[in-house]
Design a binder for this molecule. Sequence first.
Ligand code: 5RP
Length: 233
Amino acid sequence: MDRWLRRREPAAHPWHAMGAGLESEKEHAARAAAEMVEDGMSVGLGTGTTVAHLLPALASRRLSIRCTATSPETARLATGLGLHVESFTSARLDMAIDGADQINPQGWLVKGGGGAHTREKLVAVSADRFVVIADSSKPVAALHPPIPLELMEFGLESTLARLGTVRLRDVAHSPDGGVIADFIGEVGDPDDLAAWLEAAPGVVDHGLFPPSLVSTVLVARGVSVERIDFSSR
Ligand code: 5RP
């Protein structure tokens, strides 16, 4: 557990150094993931600041790959870098690569800090391998709120009343018209919470990703990247 939670040593000027350090860690993890991609693959691209480092790393490899983006922002960035982005019409992808907000020791993820979790889960579950890239602030001993949600606009007040501890985010709707919110109640057993949210009418999807979805986690700590394989996916 200690090893899991270990972060890089703070440097002389903590504010700047930690910020720059985490950014550099994101880049290291992203580069390691880009190296796992092979010519001819179909690749799902996640969303967020870690994925923003993945895109140039992938583009610089000049592979012949077909990409599926989980958000308009990722599609725009990837296309601008010369990556071939196509709409999500295939039944399966070879690999998906994405960031995470939290990763627990069992391989549960919390995703959706950028509100893209519904599309991200759909892309991850369609991929033969799902690779998670993270800086050293993302491993946690236990998952904690907020847990991102996407809710239907139709009947929103009724859904909110039944869910209880939910806070709406002051952001645009998802590209699929969903309302982005966060569950802020106790997480407890993530399996139970995921099942409860999945059974709740009006919930399109939530940001809990089970270990069965995850193939590999690449966590950068300073300049080294720790690789953890969670399943045979
Ligand atoms: C977006 C996500 C991101 O992968 C997650 O929020 C991590 O983001 P970042 O790489 O910016 O820390 O799930 O919906």
